[in-house]
Design a protein around this ligand. Structure first.
Ligand code: NPW
Ligand code: ADP
Ligand code: K
Length: 485
C-alpha cells in the first residue's frame, strides 16, 4: 500500500473496480464495515452520533450507523440535506437505515460520546462556510473521540489544505490507498491516527493507474542500495568532498560524521587552511585539504561526490565555488547557504546544474530560491525539480522529495525530535554519503530521509543532531538483515 493516490485517481480506481463487476454498494458496505471494525476495536459501545453529508461520504455514514447499531451501540444520525436528495449508493444505504434521520444541528451532539464525521470526503468541492462551518467548530470544541471517514471534513484530499474549516480527528479511516492530503500539513495533523483499509480494489487496478507518488518506504529504494562487495575496497565506496566553512565548522563536521557512518569510503573536508585543524581534530578518520585545491581535487574522478552549503557563508565566493564545482558534474548536494546564495539569481544555478544534484531547502530557503512557485508542498517540490533539473527535497514534518521526471515521495514517519539545530546538516551528509556510493540521486534522497526520520523516531526525546549519525549502523543493519539471502 505504498502508492498515494490523488482523489481523481481514487475515483478512477473505484470506477474501474465497479466496471470490473464489484457493485458500488459493495465497496460502500466494505468501507463502512472497515470503519466500524476500527471503531469497535478501540472503543466500547457508547452513544455515537454520525454526521452525514449529501454524497457518498454520507452514504458511508448510513452504513456505519446501521452496523454500529447492530453491534449494540446507541446511534443518532444527522443528515445535511433532505433524504430524498441522496442518490445512488448513498440513497440505497439511507433506505437500509431504519433509525431516525435528524437535521444536522448542534443538538445532535448533546450526549454524544463518539462522533463519526461523514460530511465530506473526496468530493469536497469548495470552501466550507455558514452553518456547516459553525457545526465543525462545535464538533472540534467537544472532548469526545472524533473519527473521520476517508478524510476529515474540510481537508483537501489532494493538498492537505483546509478549505475554510476542518474537523480535527483522533482517527481517520481511509480506503484502498492514502491521498496526499493525509500526509501533507496541516491535513496530516488533522487526521490524527491514519488507518488505510482494503475495500476490495485490486492492487493491479491501482498499478494500472500508474501512480508516481509514494509513501517513503524502504520498499521503494531498497534494491538501489549499493552494499559493499565482499572483495571491494574503500574507493569502491566513493570519496566525498565536504566543503566546509571557515568559521562555522560544526555544520560540516556533522555532514562528515553522517556521510562516513552511512558508508562513504573516504571523506575529505575541504576548507580554508586556518580551519582545517578544527576539522582534522574532530575525528581521526577524516582527511582535510585546502579549499584552494578544490579544482585540482575535482579533476580526480575518484572524488565523485560533493556536499556544500552547511556553514559555508552566503555571497559571491559561495556562488563562484558552486558554479565551478557543478562544472565537474559530480554527485552534488546543495544545502543551506549554497541555496540562499542564489536567491538573487536562481537561474544561474539551475543553468549550471548538469549532473546528479540534490537541493535540500527548508521552507525559508525554498521561498528564496523559488519565490514564484506556490501551492502545496508536493506541487511546489515537483515544479522546483522540473525547473532546476535537480532532485528537490523540501524539509519539515511532512518532508517531500521530488525528481525532475515527476516521481515523488512523502515522508510518513513522525519524528518531531528532529527539529533541532544541525539535524539538516546530518541529512545532507547522509545524502552525500549514499550518492558517493553510487546510489541514484532520488533514491539516495529518499533513503536519507527515511534513515533520518527513523533515527529521530527511535532516539526520541533528548535527541541532538550528533546522535543521528551514531544511530545509522542500527538502521543500516536492519536494512541489511532484511535482504533476501
Ligand atoms: N464507489 C465509491 O466511489 C466509493 C466512495 N466512497 C466514499 O465516497 C466519498 C466520495 O463521495 P462523493 O464523490 O459523493 O463526495 P463527498 O465527499 O461525499 O461530497 C460530495 C457532496 O458534497 C457537496 N459539497 C462538496 N463540498 C461542499 C461544501 N464545501 N459545502 C457544501 N457542500 C459541498 C457536493 O455538492 P455539489 O458540489 O455537487 O453541489 C456533493 O453533494 C469518499 O470520500 C468515500 O468516503 C466509499 O464509499 C468507497 C466507495
Ligand atoms: N516537526 C518536525 N518533524 C519532523 N522533522 C522535522 C520537524 N522539524 C524539522 N524537522 C527536520 O529537521 C531537519 C532540520 O533541518 P534544517 O532546518 O536545515 O536545520 P539545520 O540547518 O539546523 O540543520 C530537517 O530534516 C527537517 O525535515
Ligand atoms: K469525512
Amino acid at each position: 500500500m505504498l502508492e498515494i493516490l490523488t482523489t481523481e485517481q481514487m475515483y478512477d480506481a473505484d470506477r474501474k473496480t465497479i466496471e470490473a463487476g464489484t457493485p458500488g454498494d459493495v465497496l460502500m458496505e466494505n468501507a463502512g464495515t472497515a470503519v466500524v471494525d476500527e471503531i469497535t476495536s478501540r472503543w466500547s459501545p457508547r452513544s455515537a452520533t454520525v454526521l452525514c453529508g449529501p454524497g457518498n461520504n454520507g452514504g458511508d455514514g448510513f452504513v456505519i450507523a446501521r452496523l454500529l447499531r447492530n453491534a449494540g451501540w446507541s446511534v443518532r444520525l444527522g443528515l445535511l440535506c433532505d433524504v430524498d436528495k441522496l442518490t445512488g449508493d448513498a440513497a440505497l444505504n439511507a433506505k437500509r437505515w431504519d433509525g431516525a434521520v435528524e437535521r444536522l444541528s448542534p443538538a445532535l451532539l448533546v450526549g454524544a460520546e463518539l462522533i463519526v464525521d461523514c460530511l465530506f470526503g473526496a468530493g469536497l468541492a469548495r470552501v466550507i462556510d455558514g452553518e456547516i462551518a459553525d457545526l465543525v467548530h462545535t464538533v472540534n470544541a467537544g472532548n469526545v473521540p472524533l473519527i473521520a471517514v476517508d478524510v476529515p471534513t474540510g481537508v483537501d484530499g489532494n493538498t492537505g489544505e483546509i478549505r475554510g474549516v476542518a474537523i480535527k480527528a483522533n482517527l481517520t479511516v481511509t480506503f484502498c490507498r492514502a491521498k496526499p492530503g493525509h500526509y501533507l500539513l496541516p491535513g496530516r495533523v488533522l487526521c490524527g491516527e491514519l488507518v488505510i483499509r482494503d475495500i476490495g480494489i485490486a492492487d493491479q487496478t491501482v498499478r494500472d493507474i500508474r501512480p508516481t507518488l509514494m509513501r517513503n518506504d524502504p520498499a521503494c529504494w531498497r534494491a538501489g542500495i549499493h552494499w559493499p562487495d565482499l572483495d571491494g575496497h574503500k574507493y569502491h565506496r566513493g570519496h566525498l568532498l565536504a566543503v566546509g566553512g571557515a568559521t562555522m565548522t560544526g555544520a560540516t563536521r556533522l555532514v562528515a560524521r553522517a556521510a562516513r557512518r552511512v558508508g562513504a569510503g573516504l571523506l575529505t573536508v575541504v576548507a580554508e587552511p586556518a580551519a582545517l585543524p578544527v576539522y582534522a581534530s574532530d575525528s581521526p578518520g577524516i582527511m582535510t585539504a585546502p579549499i584552494a585545491n578544490l579544482d585540482e581535487l575535482l579533476k580526480d574522478c575518484r572524488h565523485n561526490a560533493v556536499v556544500i552549503g552547511p556553514g559555508f557563508g552566503i555571497g559571491d565566493e559561495t556562488r563562484s565555488r558552486i558554479i565551478q564545482l557543478l562544472h565537474y558534474c559530480r554527485c552534488t548536494v546543495l544545502d543551506a547557504d549554497a541555496l540562499t546564495s542564489f536567491s538573487e539569481q536562481p537561474s544561474t544555478l539551475f543553468f549550471a546544474i548538469q549532473g546528479p544534484t540534490v537541493l535540500t531547502p527548508h521552507e525559508g530557503e525554498f521561498a528564496r530560491l523559488f519565490p514564484d512557485i506556490e501551492g502545496d508542498k508536493l506541487t511546489r517540490a515537483r515544479a522546483a525539480a522540473k525547473r532546476s533539473g535537480a532532485t528537490v527535497l523540501i524539509k519539515g514534518a511532512d518532508t517531500v522529495i521530488a525528481a525532475p521526471d515527476g516521481r515523488a515521495a512523502i515522508s510518513v514517519i513522525n519524528a518531531p525530535w528532529l527539529a533541532t539545530a544541525g539535524s539538516g546538516d546530518v541529512l545532507s551528509g547522509i545524502i552525500g554519503g549514499l550518492m558517493a556510493q553510487g546510489m541514484d540521486m532520488f533514491d539516495a534522497a529518499c533513503m536519507a530521509v527515511w534513515l533520518h526520520a527513523r533515527a529521530g523516531a527511535d532516539i526520541g526525546p533528548g535527541l541532538i543532531a550528533e546522535d543521528i549519525p551514531k544511530h545509522l549502523p542500527v538502521l543500516l543493519g536492519e536494512l541489511w538483515r532484511s535482504l533476501p539471502k
